[in-house]
Design a protein around this ligand. Structure first.
Ligand code: ATP
Length: 226
């Protein structure tokens, strides 16, 4: 369970989110540009500190402003995959994957690279990969840190249509094969339909609605998107 009850003001933008999220399968965070999706991701992974509130992941308190608790990003056991895969250009894929490799994941290395179909890329450098391949390596690297939760911030947006379809297939595969909850940020309803079990809609920095995908897709708010 991911419990989030936070506020954060960034210049003239105020973000306020209060919801308990079931940490199972994929939860999509859906909203138009500037609604606050990345702000939420950065509050969860520890890149941003809320002005007020708490964030709890299962039994662990990550943030509690009343008791000045703030677990730094590197100790949160949360992996993040960004829009642009951030790989070390001077490291091979294998070395990129070993960066941050958790000892508990050493025995799962082969399984993860097989699920993501990157075994044949281990000796290459990032410059020798397509955008979709780079993103699969970035997902593999995030998983190999042994996170309790994986955050994906618009992971398909830099890809062309065929690569988008391909990566959607790998993300679906990942959820079936490796039991890890994913928070998936997007402004694309088709991605939500294909991937998400639950959806949270964010509008102007506020949570507008949260629930199972089928129910949320019926909401009046989304009718002009469809
Ligand atoms: N460090 C900052 N300082 C001031 N304003 C900020 C800062 N970071 C974000 N904002 C503002 O907060 C608002 C929400 O930004 P955010 O990046 O969370 O939106 P988003 O929904 O992820 O947008 P997009 O889909 O375009 O990435 C925007 O108006 C943005 O300009």
């Amino acid at each position: 369970m991911l419990q989030i009850n936070v506020t954060k003001t960034l210049s003239s933008f105020t973000f306020a989110f209060n919801q308990e999220i079931t940490c199972q399968g994929i939860t999509a965070i859906l909203g138009v540009s500037g609604s606050g999706k990345s702000t939420l991701i950065n509050l969860l992974n520890g890149l941003l500190q809320p002005d007020n509130g708490i964030i709890k992941l299962n039994d662990t308190t990550l943030v509690d402003t009343t008791s000045n608790q703030f677990v730094p990003a590197q100790r949160r056991h949360i992996g993040t995959v960004f829009q642009d895969p951030l790989l070390f250009p001077h490291y091979t894929v294998r070395k990129n994957l070993h960066y941050g490799l958790h000892k508990a994941m050493v025995t799962r290395f082969d399984e993860i690279i097989q699920v993501l179909n990157i075994s044949h890329l281990l000796h290459r450098y990032p410059a020798m990969l397509s955008g979709g391949e780079k993103q699969r390596v970035a997902i593999g690297r995030a998983l190999l840190t042994n996170p309790q939760l994986l955050l994906m911030d618009e992971p398909l947006s830099a890809l062309d249509m065929p690569r988008k379809k391909e990566l959607i297939h790998y993300i679906q595969h990942l959820v079936n094969e490796i039991n890890i909850p994913i928070i998936y940020v997007t402004h694309n309803i088709n991605e939500v339909k294909k991937l998400a079990n639950n959806v949270a809609i964010i509008d102007q920095g506020k949570l507008y609605d949260y629930g199972e995908t089928d129910a949320i897709l019926q909401s009046d708010y989304l009718q002009h998107w469809l």
